[in-house]
Design a protein around this ligand. Structure first.
Ligand SMILES: Nc1ncnc2c1ncn2[C@@H]1O[C@H](COP(=O)(O)OP(=O)(O)OP(=O)(O)O)[C@@H](O)[C@H]1O
Ligand SMILES: [Mg+2]
Length: 274
């Protein structure tokens, strides 16, 4: 099984292991690019289990999850969906952006996520009891949630929930070093740049730059780009189409890149015009 590098931010690895040991499902929440998917991949390696990923969307039906009858060579045969396959294989089933799925599609998960740990395939007339190694892990980004897309309390309360955040500065810089091969000083400056912008996010309310964009920026630097070019293309450009905001953030980014001796950048936030 591939070893996926994961830098821990707290007790989430322990919590994951304990949830797996107690056979309870896990819900990961957190902003884009903060390491939710990477944590699941990493834990698949740690626990020695296959990870079956299902990307949820609002057209996803319960048949897409559990399976359906299909005509193959003149015969009508039952085909397991990814959820059923994961249950039978005792895998980790990872349902990404679960909040996008409709409530009626998620209803099949109810019996699987309580003491029964059983999937009822009504159409196939089968009952599948999950082996001990089966684990359901779901994730979503609370920032994208609309009131129309609230998970039901009866669903949420079945899970151990881990609210993930961006890593502390030094650990986030270590991720950049490990993922992009840049040296520690470059990593620190890019992280410093993101921290400055994340603080300004309190004023502008955009989704702040993630560890993902920092890794991409670091990779551009590793490929020969200047730090400002990389920051512009990977950190600033995806944030906002508003020219005034972009100018303010560019000023902030340039200042943060220059001053990375401390994790906190010189405050230029006051000089930014929304
Ligand atoms: N804790 C971490 N350890 C190692 N790498 C990380 C970590 N957090 C983020 N990364 C890096 O950032 C990238 C994005 O992380 P990941 O795909 O796990 O984000 P996510 O939280 O699943 O985001 P989304 O909600 O957009 O799917 C990873 O490919 C990895 O390079
Ligand atoms: Mg993800």
């Amino acid at each position: 099984m591939t070893d996926h590098y994961y830098q821990s931010s707290g007790s989430e690895v322990q919590l994951f292991k304990r949830a797996a040991q107690q056979r309870v499902p896990l819900m990961l929440t957190g902003p884009t690019g903060c390491g939710k998917t990477r944590l699941v991949e990493h834990m698949g390696g740690v626990l020695g289990r296959e990870v079956v990923t299902i990307s949820c969307h609002d057209d996803l039906t319960s048949s897409d999850l559990v399976g359906r009858f299909m005509v193959t060579g003149g015969d009508v045969v039952w085909n397991d969906g990814p959820l059923t396959r994961a249950v039978k294989a005792g895998a980790i089933c990872y349902m990404d952006e679960v909040v996008e799925a409709r409530h009626d599609s998620l209803a099949v998960l109810h019996s699987l996520t309580d003491h029964r740990r059983t999937l009822y395939l009504d159409r196939a007339g089968q009952t599948v009891k999950a082996p001990d190694s089966f684990m359901l892990v779901c994730s979503y980004n609370p920032a994208y949630r609309s009131s129309l897309k609230e998970l039901k309390p009866s669903f949420r309360q079945r899970f151990v929930t881990v609210a993930m955040r961006y890593l502390p500065a030094e650990r986030e810089a270590e991720v950049l070093v490990a993922e992009a091969g840049v040296d520690a000083a470059v990593a620190r400056r890019l992280v410093n740049c993101a921290i400055g912008i994340r603080k300004a996010d309190d004023i502008f309310h955009f989704e702040p730059p993630s560890t993902r964009v920092l890794v991409t920026a670091a990779r551009l630097v590793a490929a020969g780009a200047t730090e400002m070019e990389a920051a512009e293309a990977c950190i600033l450009a995806p944030l906002s189409n508003d020219g005034a905001i972009a100018d303010g953030l560019r000023e902030l980014a340039a200042a943060s890149l220059l001053d990375a001796s401390t994790p906190t950048p010189r405050s230029t936030a006051g000089g930014i015009k929304p």
